[in-house]
Design a protein around this ligand. Structure first.
Ligand code: HEC
Length: 131
């Protein structure tokens, strides 16, 4: 009897934890470490480097940091950076904006989610207008 129940119970638990993972918000602290490791070579929060500075990027228009020489591809994107759009960008910048100057891809959905949570934590709340 117990043996007979083990498999369905395990399957149910797996399904529940998979659903919970999908709904879990990103972890900004893990995201900060990932950001420093994966993005820090080209980006920082407050200075333009190889890539543009990132503080406030969520909610901001793509290609809008003053003093940074963006590719025409990123400037042409329009709209604003949302968490969803950032997720697509990090999966493949060349797919979202063909011809962009960024090539790095982040294959782990969890890592993307954590990095986005971190970038959101250093962006002003959505009530403020993007600069
Ligand atoms: C090898 C250098 C390099 C690395 C590493 C890198 N980027 Fe970039 N990133 C760039 C460049 C260059 C641009 C400008 C793209 C353009 O103008 O086409 C850019 C642009 C961006 C933009 C657009 C910003 C804006 O103001 O519109 C975002 C968002 C971004 N990067 C996020 C990230 C994140 C998050 C990581 C780490 C997972 C990362 N980048 C890693 C070089 C890099």
């Amino acid at each position: 009897m117990i043996r007979g129940m083990t498999l369905p119970v395990a399957a149910t638990l797996l399904a529940i934890s998979a659903a919970a993972l999908a709904a879990t918000p990103g972890n900004p602290e893990t995201g900060r470490q990932q950001y420093e490791a994966k993005c820090g070579g080209c980006h920082s929060l407050d200075s333009n480097r190889v890539g543009p500075r990132h503080r406030g990027v969520i909610g901001r228009r793509p290609g809008s940091v003053p003093g940074y020489a963006y590719s025409p591809a990123v400037k042409a994107l329009g709209g604003v950076w949302t968490p969803n759009r950032m997720d697509q960008w990090l999966q493949d910048p060349q797919k979202l904006a063909p011809g962009s100057k960024m090539y790095l891809t982040v294959s782990s959905a969890t890592t993307r989610r954590d990095i986005i949570a971190y970038l959101q934590s250093v962006s002003p709340p959505a009530t403020k207008k993007p600069r």
